[in-house]
Design a protein around this ligand. Structure first.
Ligand SMILES: [Zn+2]
Length: 158
């Protein structure tokens, strides 16, 4: 097995976190009624995705090949439809956001346990490479309590 390439691994890790599954859809704000809507795979074996809102019945589809997201954006979107993420909260003057519960798990584990030990995350080098790119305000020890309570508030919204 070849040694992991840090650059391509980072890409892969980010892609995995930004890609919805049926168990972990991306949570977005419904463009029609502002309720919580879900971005999830449209069909197996393709990249196609669907957004559905159970509150108003809004639905749309995208082929999933064109994706755009800003990892340090102050107004982050789902990357497929350009919809606002549901999981957003202001925290120490910034926007803390996550795609879904799985993404919250990764952020929470890191912020709670590994601020002082960057190299030693439970997830090993995969998540280490992701979190090494988190904005500094999130990884600062001085903000740990604020970031953790913001993450807890987001979890309440999932
Ligand atoms: Zn709706």
């Amino acid at each position: 097995m070849p040694p992991p390439n840090r650059h391509s691994d980072e890409r892969e890790t980010r892609l995995r976190i930004a890609t919805p599954t049926r168990a972990d859809p991306i949570l977005v704000v419904c463009p029609s009624c502002n309720a919580k809507a879900f971005v999830l795979p449209a069909q197996p074996e393709t990249e196609a995705v669907r957004v559905v809102c159970h509150a108003c019945g809004f639905a749309d589809e995208a082929d999933g090949t064109a994706r755009r997201y800003g990892w340090s954006a102050e107004h982050p979107t789902d990357g497929y439809f350009g919809l606002d993420l549901w999981l957003q909260v202001r925290c120490v003057g910034h926007t803390l956001w996550a795609f879904n519960r799985r993404h919250l798990d990764v952020l929470e584990r890191y912020v709670a346990a590994t601020l002082r030990e960057r190299q030693r995350t439970d997830e090993g080098w995969r998540n280490a490479s992701l979190v090494s790119r988190l904005p500094r305000w999130m990884t600062s020890g001085a903000h740990r309590e604020d970031v953790l309570s913001a993450l807890a508030a987001l979890r309440e919204k999932t």
